[in-house]
Design a protein around this ligand. Structure first.
Ligand SMILES: NC(=O)C1=CN([C@@H]2O[C@H](COP(=O)(O)OP(=O)(O)OC[C@H]3O[C@@H](n4cnc5c(N)ncnc54)[C@H](OP(=O)(O)O)[C@@H]3O)[C@@H](O)[C@H]2O)[C@@H](O)CC1
Ligand SMILES: Nc1ncnc2c1ncn2[C@@H]1O[C@H](COP(=O)(O)OP(=O)(O)O)[C@@H](O)[C@H]1O
Ligand SMILES: [K+]
Length: 464
């Protein structure tokens, strides 16, 4: 599991350790991990030119101590102090003692091989300040290693208020922060490298499942069971207008993770032709998937499915009929445009603050909300959020959302909670796209077809 904690949680954990350790221990651990990451990025230290951007706080202190270590390894290290008269004094003394130097500005100077962004970390408020914006703009094109977070992003929300640092690598300490997982800030982090500094932390409000977590949650058949004990998922998706959505939703449901798939939508001839294993017609199910390509019939399909009292996945056209708290366990699967309509806001507002809007929708509709995107968010009422980070951008292709809805429905029918079904389903979906595409394009049917291959790899002994 990759855990992302809030600034408040990190400060509390840091406070406990600070009392127990000699002064400066945590910063030395952080700076030494940072220096190794910069050396790794540069492929060595000797003869390399490093520019430190140093703010007024401990984030700047980390950069200065790391700069001292890099200077000791033969790098030419310069520091631009952006905190006015305030700077981490001992960090600066360490840098100067190793032959580093302070520069007054960067205009006209040769560009360095790497910039170390120690402008601001978890103590940051608001976006980058104008002096820092000008410097960052001037250095655009030079790779940046960010200290803890790229300066200018909001650490606890993943939002960005304006110009901010775009890092090639972010080196963080103790635990991930929410900005490392949640877009748009996550897009500015580059590769995130975590340095263990010994913090003891409580459960994280935001997490990202890793392969071993998904393997542990995957429903596997009981040796003494039969198809009904594995669960039956019902699909009410597709219509005369959008028959393909019904087929794709069924293809996501019918990847072998449940004992049976029923289809009760408006495209039964095509679904039956494409999926002879599917039973056509209404009947008893453990979960319904409603709405993908459902057109005008989606509202009725939702009402019928709710009346059954079983857990639901509600997608696409079905979402328009969700107007208040749901009375059955449910997973809603909007993209940003659909979530914006549900909340009565603009799509751009959702894209700028996906975490805030996914959490707000989870409270408002009393359901788990899976907000699709580059980093898909799965938010449950109460605030816990899973982020799926494994999907390649090729997955943004028509119909792949229908596959996801069916896949999540199968996991619900197999007995997973709506939160786990959303987190595991979106992980399998992203991994299937990566497997099927192997670095190149995929279509929605390719994604569904690759799900069993992904599951097989997860169930191999190395993952269990
Ligand atoms: N916690 C841990 O476990 C460990 C933490 N460690 C490190 O400490 C870092 C946190 O250090 P921190 O608390 O000193 O805060 P930090 O981010 O340097 O900012 C401080 C000052 O910046 C200023 N400022 C504010 N907003 C700004 C802006 N937008 N743009 C520019 N300046 C801005 C503001 O001062 P002001 O200018 O307003 O007076 C504020 O007081 C953390 O990220 C990690 O790197 C590791 O060493 C070890 C383990
Ligand atoms: N940039 C991206 N990187 C990775 N995955 C993406 C990206 N953009 C969209 N996706 C994924 O592509 C899928 C598209 O779903 P959706 O918009 O519902 O398509 P459709 O309605 O055509 O089925 C979602 O699973 C979403 O998370
Ligand atoms: K920083």
């Amino acid at each position: 599991m990759r855990n992302a904690h809030t600034v408040e949680q990190v400060r509390a954990a840091e406070g406990l350790l600070l009392d127990a350790l000699p002064e400066g221990t945590l910063m030395r651990r952080a700076a030494s991990g940072l220096a190794f990451a910069v050396l790794d990025f540069l492929g060595g230290g000797y003869g390399r030119r490093v520019l430190l951007l140093v703010g007024s706080g401990d984030n700047g202190g980390d950069a200065l101590y790391a700069g001292a270590a890099l200077a000791r390894r033969g790098a030419g290290v310069e520091a631009l102090l952006l905190g006015g008269d305030t700077v981490h004094r001992r960090g600066l003394a360490a840098l100067l003692a190793e032959g580093g130097r302070v520069v007054a500005d960067v205009a006209g100077a040769h560009l360095p091989d790497v910039v170390v962004d120690g402008i601001v970390g978890i103590g940051g408020q608001g976006g980058l300040r104008p002096d820092a914006v000008a410097v960052v703009e001037h250095l655009r094109g030079v790779p940046v290693v960010a200290v803890d977070v790229p300066s200018g992003v909001d650490v606890d929300t993943g939002e960005v208020a304006g110009p901010h640092v775009e890092a090639a690598v972010t080196v963080t300490f103790g635990t991930h922060k929410i900005a490392h997982l949640v877009d748009p800030a996550a897009r500015a982090c580059g590769a995130v490298h975590l340095v263990d500094i010994g913090l003891d932390l409580p459960p994280a409000p935001v997490l990202a499942l890793q392969a071993s977590d998904v393997a542990a949650l995957l429903p596997v058949p009981d040796a003494a069971g039969h198809k009904y004990t594995r669960g039956v998922v019902g699909v009410r998706a597709g219509s005369a207008q959008y028959p393909g959505a019904g087929v794709l939703c069924v293809s996501g449901a019918s990847t072998g993770l449940v004992g049976m798939v029923r289809y009760d939508g408006g495209a039964d001839a095509l679904v039956h032709a494409c999926h002879p294993e599917v039973v056509v017609g209404a009947g008893q199910v453990q979960a319904w998937v409603v709405g993908s390509g459902g057109g005008a019939d989606a509202a009725k399909a939702l009402a019928r499915s709710r009346a059954d009292g079983v857990p639901l996945v509600v997608d696409a056209d079905g979402l328009a009929a969700v107007d208040g708290p749901l009375d059955v366990p449910a997973l809603l699967t909007p993209h940003a445009g659909e979530l914006a309509r549900m909340l009565g806001v603009d799509r751009a507002e959702v894209e700028a603050a996906p975490l805030r809007h996914a959490r707000a929708a989870a409270e408002r509709f009393a359901a788990v909300v899976l907000l699709k995107g580059r980093h898909t968010l799965v938010a449950e009422p109460g605030g816990r959020v899973a982020v799926t980070t494994v999907a390649p951008p090729w997955l943004a292709t028509a119909g792949s959302g229908d596959v996801l809805a069916g896949l999540c429905g199968a996991l619900l029918a197999a007995g997973l909670t709506p939160f786990d079904a959303g987190a595991v389903g979106s992980w399998l979906h992203g991994a299937a796209a990566a497997t099927a595409g192997a670095g190149g394009p995929v279509t929605a049917p390719d994604v569904a077809a690759a799900v069993p291959t992904v599951c097989r790899a997860l169930l191999a002994p190395s993952h269990v």
